[in-house]
Design a protein around this ligand. Sequence first.
Ligand code: NAP
Length: 305
Amino acid sequence: MYDIIIVGAGPAGLTSAIYGVRGGKSVLMIEKLSYGGQIINTPEVENYPGIGIVSGFQLASDMYEQATKLGAEMAFGEVVSLEKNADVNFKIVTDGGEEFEAKSVILATGVKSRPLGVDREEELTGMGVSYCATCDGAFFRGKNVAIMGGGNTALEDAEYMSTIANKVYLVHRRDKFRGDRVTVDRLSKKDNVEFILNSVPKALKGSPKLDALVIENTQSGELRELDVQGVFVAYGQIAQNAAFDKLTELDKGGFFASSEDCMTKTEGVFVAGDCRSKARRQLVTATSDGATAAMNAIDYLNAQE
Ligand code: NAP
């Protein structure tokens, strides 16, 4: 029986673990694949106070080492069932059939990539279509690629790929980018980057590998075929909380309904990071949530004693 089980070991979950064990509680993190969450795909984090510039992977590894050195434990597997039983403890089962019990839980499940939404996307994923320029960008050295989206991820992916690829098309559905002006300005000075605004994807071509993307201008209806071997989708993220909708309330977007206190309507259930309703999804807001959720879990546990 753990005091706190944390589902998800991204920056929010790892921070909860650090605060949980330092608060004298036994803590287990359960993670589907590997610790670190989305941050491991970021080549350079330069907005985490006090660190300067660090790779996302390094920062995640440091957080993991800190949490486990302090005494947090780690288990791998996807949580397929999480129920509150009659004696108000939580029973958790993973896809590997492992069972765990806890007095409280912190859900820090993160988010997943929003799809492009075009035919053959699944078939061509890994064959030219990717959701992570940092992970797959090196396969496109000297080739032409399209980056889809207008947020900071798309802008940063375009900047990164401009150093690897021959030509980078940045395709966005509106006439203004959502991401930071400073990155747009840097990109506009790059010879091998072309902005294609007011445009949406219509078709992916090529077999077995991608060799072209067809886009449509939303103003004129004109179609254009881009000779690209890579398409990087940066359409933001969606929640992946459906497995927990009976345990606690979700908002309309599928995020855990919660405010800045990271509490939920279900006693003993706390939520942290990108998976909950919030206005800003940043590394620093995720770690902030991790601390808040753990401190509230500790107060809850102490009140039960
Ligand atoms: P985001 O800010 O939500 O941007 C997603 C982009 O995809 C938007 O430009 C959006 O267009 C477009 N989009 C979404 N659905 C679409 C669809 N169905 N068809 C066409 N276009 C679609 O996501 P993000 O860029 O991944 O960033 C997520 C958060 O992380 C943000 O808060 C961002 O600032 C932050 N972030 C920060 C850094 C950094 O500070 N270093 C780096 C990366 C990300 P619209 O603009 O028209 O809605």
